[in-house]
Design a protein around this ligand. Structure first.
Ligand SMILES: [Zn+2]
Length: 351
């Protein structure tokens, strides 16, 4: 992984290229931004570049250090992860024990002029944050800390003040769509839809494409059309439930909530909870398009849906549409917090 492969984070890439060239690196960075926009990927690319034995603009990818890094056995790269419990299940938060262990590791000095990179890309517990603060206040020489978070507010301000903050922004839809067309062979119209659904996350968009979520949209179109035709008798809850169950492999809770890559997203998308969230997100896009068409006379972003949208448009007031949108967003929050999938869907459709 190197800087060249990172898409849509040009200001961040430019910032670090400049800092590396002029040898003015901070000893700690805090990467913030929404999920799936490349924070974790960038952190690894930066670590590889910092540890490379023959670096240019980027890490070389050829030297011993780059090879060890890629194989996961470069000793100067320390990835701090949440501990596992007695049953061997990984916890979701880095605890104080993990940070003490880190402190122990860092007490072994590295050679003069060498660099060691410490990455923390999972949520940090309160006690752990205090222990971490001590390390950041008196950093052992040669170490560069990279903290990655979606919720900077959850970290104490004392940690913020010890880190150089780097903000990652959602990737523009057009960049995501172009990448899907070029590298994943997705048709342009489908790529636009998947990019909108991914809301600025390249990792999610690629996973949606690989998991064939344009078909999910087409099926949902059918469901929406069925409801528009016969709102009294059409059981939308049952139709959605069938769609969710069909592609779901398991209901297992998620493990560590770090900054997942495309492979993790893919696995996640096969869980019924994520499929349910996806269905709600696609319905939200339908409703948003309906509001835009009616209020701004906009062209539908997704022309293939225009006919169904038109049919619904005749029957539903804008207030009702906005109401529906709000309910869908609320339902997504419940699903994120582990509410029962079936009950939440039922509620979202009838509230
Ligand atoms: Zn190298």
């Amino acid at each position: 992984m190197n800087f060249r492969e990172i898409i849509g984070q040009d200001p961040v890439t430019a910032f670090f290229r400049g800092a590396l060239k002029e040898h003015r690196l901070a000893h700690a960075y805090l990467f913030t931004g929404p999920e799936g926009v490349g924070k974790g990927t960038f952190a690894r690319a930066l670590a590889r570049r910092l540890l490379c034995r023959n670096p240019g603009d980027d890490s070389c990818g050829q030297c011993d250090a780059c090879r060890r890094f890629d194989a996961g056995n470069e000793l100067r790269f320390v990835h701090v992860t949440p501990p596992t419990d007695k049953k061997g299940v990984q916890k979701t938060v880095i605890d104080v024990e993990s940070v003490r262990e880190l402190a122990g590791r860092l007490s072994s000095r590295i050679a003069e002029g060498e660099t060691r990179v410490v990455l923390l890309d999972d949520p940090v517990g309160d006690d752990a944050a205090n222990a971490l603060l001590k390390l950041l206040e008196e950093p052992p020489p040669g170490n560069v800390f990279i903290l990655v978070t979606q919720s900077p507010g959850a970290l104490p301000s004392t940690i913020h003040s010890r880190c150089h903050k780097v903000r990652f922004r959602p990737i523009p839809d057009a960049r995501i769509a172009a990448r899907l067309v070029e590298r994943s062979g997705v048709a342009a119209e489908d790529a636009r839809f998947l990019a909108r659904l991914a809301q600025g996350s390249m990792g999610k968009a690629v996973a949606y494409a690989e998991e064939g979520w344009k078909d999910l949209r087409d099926r949902l179109r059918g469901v929406a059309a069925g409801r528009a035709k016969d709102p009294e008798n059409f059981d939308m809850g049952e139709a959605l439930d069938a769609l969710i169950k069909e592609g779901a492999e398991s209901d297992e809770p998620d493990g560590a909530a770090g900054d997942p890559g495309a492979a993790d997203w893919r696995k996640g998308l096969r869980k019924s909870r994520e499929r349910a969230r996806g269905c709600l997100a696609i319905l939200s896009l339908f409703y948003r398009d309906l509001v835009m068409i009616r209020e701004n006379g906009a062209e539908p972003a997704d022309p293939a849906t225009a006919a169904e949208l038109g049919a619904i448009l005749e029957k539903v007031s804008t207030e009702r549409l906005l109401d529906r949108l709000e309910t869908l967003l609320e339902a997504d929050v419940y699903l994120k917090r582990n509410a029962n999938v079936r009950l939440t869907i039922e509620w979202a459709l009838t509230a």
